[in-house]
Design a protein around this ligand. Structure first.
Ligand SMILES: NC(=O)c1ccc[n+]([C@@H]2O[C@H](COP(=O)([O-])OP(=O)(O)OC[C@H]3O[C@@H](n4cnc5c(N)ncnc54)[C@H](O)[C@@H]3O)[C@@H](O)[C@H]2O)c1
Length: 451
């Protein structure tokens, strides 16, 4: 084993700055996901509901041997910010405050979860956004920043971050992108180095989308950035390098919530049992604003790429050509207003078994998009803040658990299997705290047990 690798595995606890003071959570976008997250946290803080779906709040972590029976809650094991110390703000081109936006989103019951905290939600008014309809065709915004060029707009975002720190009295800040999916872009020359990027800002280069301005501003302010949509944003050489250089954690892309979460559970099961797959047809009906934005072919293309990638990575057709060499994989999203945020995702899966006999599986997931996404926003905010305080920088692959299309270091490939991702997350927490890694070998209970 290389010396560095041994040091990683056997090192003691990592030095982690304490989570003292307040944590500012700056959300890009104040739509369905953001308002469901904010209102949810406030309801939890007031003892009116439970943070279901959040690992950071509800999950336990096993430490040491099974015989030791040590199973603390994650939030008692690692020094996370307390929910009472979270302060929220957001940017949005639509000027609705968080109460109005939450009512329009129609996710949470108004009487049960919004009206009792109305003044709190009304107090969260979005700052003017960096927004350009070229990148999100189906939206029109009025609450928008003006500037001579993209560089000036990025400077305004940096100022927002500094001002928020002062005015809200927060000690640390994290940014989570919960805004609309931008049109499909591929990395180009402007994304390769800081110099090229800053020059492109100056020249209003079209390859620099608004999300990249938020990411750049956050990194320049040493603020961790998590990307909940499939846009490139921090998945660019310039951002990765900047994050490394400035020792800031970054991660993305695209919250892994409904259909893709199920895919990342089922596909590994087929592979584990060496069952073949001939086709996977996924379709959705969705009626919220996100659905409307994704109805635009250019935004849909960004989402499609994010949803399609994982099967190939999980199934490794190059290793198993007889089982996965000819998979027909299709993903559709249909904008259907009557359903609002209550998405329905259907999957038809054609598999084959012993001697090639075909079988079918149908999944009909009547989910609630933002109900699944809100706890992910919470965990990302808390874990990215933890990563920052622990001195982790660059891509946080251990948080792949939360993303449809996880970012990864050069020379690797993304790990999509939900349970490998969960093991990676928990082992990283053990490693941060100087606890033994859990290998699940278990032979010691038999071979070396005292009889
Ligand atoms: N809910 C889920 O399960 C889920 C899963 C994965 C990804 N996502 C992604 O999360 C994002 C948010 O989803 P949502 O349902 O809240 O959508 P939404 O349309 O309700 O909210 C997005 C908000 O972002 C704002 N916005 C757009 N461009 C902006 C900009 N440049 N700056 C600031 N704000 C901007 C819009 O005005 C809107 O209010 C989408 O990109 C969606 O694809 C959601």
């Amino acid at each position: 084993m290389a010396r560095e690798q041994a040091a990683v595995l056997t090192g003691g606890a990592r030095e982690i700055a304490p989570a003292t003071g307040k944590l500012g959570v700056m959300l890009v976008g104040l739509g369905a996901v953001s308002t469901t997250f904010i209102a949810g946290v406030e309801n939890v803080r007031r003892g009116r509901a439970l943070p279901i779906g959040s690992l950071s709040q509800m999950a336990t972590i096993r430490l040491g041997k099974r015989t030791e029976k040590r199973m603390p809650k994650i939030k008692e094991f690692v020094p996370l910010a307390d929910l009472n110390d979270l302060v929220f703000t957001a940017w949005d081109p639509i000027p609705d405050d968080a109460y109005t936006a939450a009512v329009k989103a129609g996710v949470l019951d108004r009487h049960e979860h919004l009206d009792p905290i109305k003044p709190f939600l009304q107090g969260i008014k979005p700052m003017p956004a960096v927004f350009d309809q070229y990148y999100v065709k189906r939206l029109q915004g009025t609450n928008v920043k003006r500037g001579k060029n993209k560089r000036e707009l990025a400077e305004q975002l940096r100022e927002d971050m500094r001002d928020f720190k002062k005015s809200a009295g927060v000690d640390r800040v994290v940014v989570v992108w919960c805004a609309s999916t931008e049109v499909f872009l591929t990395p180009g020359p402007a994304h390769q180095s800081l110099q090229a990027f800053e020059q492109a800002l100056e020249q209003n280069d079209q390859s620099i989308a608004p999300s990249m301005l938020y990411a750049y501003a956050a990194l320049m302010e040493n603020v961790p950035f998590a990307n909940g949509a499939p846009n490139l944003t921090v998945d660019l050489p310039v951002m990765e390098r900047l994050a490394e250089e400035r020792h800031v954690p970054i991660g993305g892309k695209d919250f892994k919530t409904g259909q893709t979460m199920m895919k990342s559970v089922l596909a590994p099961a087929f592979k584990a049992r060496m069952l073949g797959l001939s086709g996977w047809y996924s379709t959705n009906i969705l009626g919220n604003r996100d659905g409307e934005v994704l109805d635009d072919p250019e935004s849909f293309k960004t989402k499609e790429e994010s949803k399609l990638g994982l099967l190939e990575q999980i199934l490794q057709p190059e290793l198993y050509p007889e089982l996965y060499g000819k998979v027909y994989h299709k993903v559709r999203i249909n904008y259907y207003p009557p359903r609002g945020d209550n998405k329905e995702g259907w999957d038809n899966i054609d598999i084959f078994g012993w001697l090639g006999y075909p079988m079918q599986i149908k999944v009909d997931f009547l989910c609630r998009d933002s109900i699944l996404a809100a706890p992910i926003v919470l965990d990302l905010a808390l874990f990215f803040d933890l990563a920052g305080r622990a001195g982790l920088s660059g891509i946080q692959e251990w948080l792949s658990f939360y993303f449809k299309s996880p970012q990864f270091a050069q020379g690797l490939y993304a790990e999509h299997d939900l349970f490998i991702q969960q093991t990676k997350l928990k082992n990283t927490l053990r490693w941060l705290m100087g606890e033994e890694q859990i290998t699940h070998l278990g032979i010691e209970y038999y071979e070396y047990a005292e009889k």
